[in-house]
Design a protein around this ligand. Structure first.
Ligand code: SPV
Ligand code: MG
Length: 296
């Protein structure tokens, strides 16, 4: 049994919103945990960016699993893995559930984009979705493939594909009937109108999840009041790191001295704390100070 999956299930039943943040590697996942988020979103967009490729099914399931697994190794809070469309058809999805579950990932988010996918945030003239019956079967198969309490989140891209509220609701109902533990309704509008409208029409117990990347003006509490129980800040940390690295590098290039950036970057002690240098020191004291030497 994955304890993180039961932690997440308890959070989903709780009386307050569940707030997650996206990570792209173990270090960013640890920052997500240290800053008090409930869970880590292993973002396909961010993991792809960290490998300097677009979020377009260029990385394999193994690549994505490895990234999520590294995150899981660095934190105690649940990892919610962005599994795109299950990395293929229903058979690929079943295999995916089995390997992700064995890796201790608490939750899997499966969307109705066709393979190869294009990130929802990319402008696409014709965005195609998997047929709703086929996708519902995929969700059912994912749920049935579980041996543990792994949370299955079904995500619909109906709004992103321009198919409107009715299609979004119909798909969400089908996915909930297929056994999904939560429904992620995605939207890339600049206002949260699609998601809030959807929430006002959602009368099932199955909790709703939103990813407010483009509709930035809505507070967590406002989402919660509207009936959206889970909020994912999917890529802000990764985008912040790009800005910070670029500015620091530009300054170093311009000034030619490390002093020019020292005051604006993480002090070395912060890096040491993040990588748990104290644990290394404790192990050295315990195992290397009795005649053993640190290998050179
Ligand atoms: C991700 O973070 O990879 C997501 C959210 O799936 S989005 O980028 O908006 O598609
Ligand atoms: Mg994604």
């Amino acid at each position: 049994m994955t304890p993180q999956a039961s932690i997440l299930r308890t959070l989903l039943r709780a009386d307050r919103p569940v707030v997650m943040a996206g990570a792209h590697d173990a270090l960013s996942a640890r920052l997500v945990e240290e800053t008090g988020f409930d869970a880590v979103w292993a973002s396909g967009f961010a993991v792809s960016a960290s490998r300097a490729v677009p979020d377009a099914s260029l990385l394999t399931m193994t690549d994505m699993l490895e990234a999520a697994q590294r995150m899981a190794g660095a934190v105690t809070i649940p990892i919610v893995a962005d599994c795109d469309g299950g990395f293929g058809n229903v058979i690929n999805t079943i295999h995916m559930v089995q390997v992700y579950e064995r890796a201790g990932i608490a939750a899997l988010c499966i969307e109705d984009s066709v393979f190869p996918k294009r990130c929802s945030l990319y402008q696409e003239p014709h965005r195609e979705l998997v047929d709703s019956e086929e996708q519902a079967l995929k969700i059912r198969a994912a749920c049935e493939a579980r041996r543990e309490e792994t949370v299955v989140i079904a995500r619909t891209e109906a709004f992103v594909a321009g198919l409107g509220l009715q299609e979004a609701l119909e798909r969400a109902v089908m996915y909930a009937d297929a056994g999904a533990d939560a429904i992620l309704v995605h939207s890339t509008r600049e206002t949260g109108c699609e998601v809030l409208d959807f929430a006002s029409h959602w009368h099932r117990e199955v909790p709703l999840v939103a990813v407010p990347t483009t509709y930035t003006g809505i507070q967590v509490d406002e989402f919660a009041r509207a009936g959206v129980r889970v909020i994912i800040f999917a890529n802000q940390a990764m985008r912040a790191s790009i800005r910070a690295m670029r500015e620091t590098l530009l300054q170093l290039r311009a000034d030619g001295s490390a002093a020019s950036v020292e005051g604006q970057i993480a002090p070395l002690i912060e890096v040491a704390d993040l990588v748990r240098l104290d644990q290394l020191r404790a192990h050295e004291r315990r195992y290397l100070n009795h005649g053993l030497r640190v290998p050179q």
